[in-house]
Design a protein around this ligand. Sequence first.
Ligand code: 13P
Length: 342
Amino acid sequence: MGAQPLIDTAKALMAEGKGLLAMDESMGTISSRFEKEGITNTVENRRAYRELIVTTPGIGDCLSGAILFDETVHQSTKDGIPFIEVLERAGVIPGIKVDEGAVDMAGFPGEKITRGLDNLRERLAEYRGMRLRFAKWRAVITIGKGIPSEGCIHANTHALARYAALCQEAGIVPIVEPEVLMEGDHDLETCFTVTQSVQRALFVQLEDQRVDLRGLILKPNMILPGLESATQASTDEVARATVLCLLGAVPQAVAGVAFLSGGQSPQMATEHLNAMHVQYGKLLPWPLTFSFSRAIQDPELHFWKGKPENVKEAQQILHNRMLLNDLARKGEYTPELEKEYV
Ligand code: 13P
């Protein structure tokens, strides 16, 4: 396949005023999120939850794409319409998480490596046949005493690049997600240094693997102090550090940057994205948007509680959160809007 369809899909995913929703929680993750809200983790509850999301009225006005989990791409609404079709009809491009999770890295205590390259070519062909047009792979980098190591950064960025090459071969746009975790007591500068070295290593690997950056989206963490850090950072400091980090590491050819939220509160994540646009929007060589999971879904999951009678209002909450992020993506969000929209 030529490069143009990939470039077109990547552009459509980065459409003006829209962003992505990561609704691709693995079994373990959805189980702990449900447990927190007292929802039993059954196939039917997971299906009902994903139906709530994909049938949210107006979803296509807010989202360019939705990242699904393998179980979800085989599921349908209670009226029998496959979720993939529901999204397509709403104008939302369906995508799929294809990594198989991060596990302990042999010989590297405290560090993780992401699994899933074996048989990936075959899985991607199947997913493309199901009309899934983009994919996601998450690598996890931990900051701690003496870590991350060069070995961990190398192994994870190499795997991301091999995944990206296989995606493009299959006609699927890769979203590459090298997540530097917020856990820890490190400061903002440390997050900056580690994130930038990971991103630089990633683009060396992507070039080595002959990945076409015009058909690729980067999904990075924002630059933040660790959750247990004694000093927190202002919105402007986060926006500035995040943009500077990207400018020093991400080639201009990349189709776009779509952030993960990483454990920030919904409002924080929105404020940070907004500040980047307000302050630097016109200077950036690539579009910036959101690809949040928790920072979009948490409020609506908390309200839903697994109860059918809560679906309509939960959908409204979800829609409002997506709208606020759409505004942030244009630099038009203000915290006062939180009251209006919640
Ligand atoms: P969060 O926004 O909750 O960090 O999730 C993003 C994601 O897709 C993790 O892989």
